[in-house]
Design a protein around this ligand. Sequence first.
Ligand SMILES: CC(C)(COP(=O)(O)OP(=O)(O)OC[C@H]1O[C@@H](n2cnc3c(N)ncnc32)[C@H](O)[C@@H]1OP(=O)(O)O)[C@@H](O)C(=O)NCCC(=O)NCCS
Length: 176
Amino acid sequence: MTAPAIRTAPVPVLEILGLRREVLRPGLPRQAAVFPEDGDPAAFHIASYEGDAPEVLGCGTFFPEPFPGPLPEPLSGPPADSAATAYRFRGMASAPAARGRGHGAAVLRAGTAEAAARGAALLWCNGRTPARGFYERQGFRAHGEEFVIEGVGPHLVFFREVRPRTRRTGDVAGRP
Ligand SMILES: CC(C)(COP(=O)(O)OP(=O)(O)OC[C@H]1O[C@@H](n2cnc3c(N)ncnc32)[C@H](O)[C@@H]1OP(=O)(O)O)[C@@H](O)C(=O)NCCC(=O)NCCS
């Protein structure tokens, strides 16, 4: 039997809070899964599903935020050196039972395409060090020194260039 197709969609934050909490803030109150950036009107949230099932199996949240510190090469030169062209993402998660089925990659692809359509030239995150292989597989590079986020563990900044482009029909679910 073939696996059901993964589909992604931009959704209100309420749709993804359950999965975000289960994976990234287990055992903590629901409020602990709410990020300050969720209130940013420029933020968008991507959910992934399988076939017609309503269950959210992957999620991520994307919003404009300058890259922390000097831009890495080759982004340090014009025309991509504007802070306005950087998008950050956080809250990347896939349901434990659905790992390795492409949800994380699908969410990142859809978020990258949407950020590009909004003019992003760079996408970055504070990523958990154990997820390094995942980010590198998606074309990200680690930047700078490892740092520890209290209560969560070791992290690295990951980034990748994005080609800003004009929005086309189907961008949110399409490939960057
Ligand atoms: C990291 C995470 C989002 C990956 O999601 P996923 O749905 O399992 O990822 P995918 O199935 O889309 O994997 C895409 C590719 O990355 C690889 N990959 C996934 N996780 C990996 C890891 N931790 N290390 C190395 N490679 C990894 C997969 O094997 C796959 O490779 P392929 O393209 O050769 O098939 C998921 O494991 C997760 O939610 N982890 C816990 C929370 C977390 O660490 N989130 C990131 C916080 S910064």
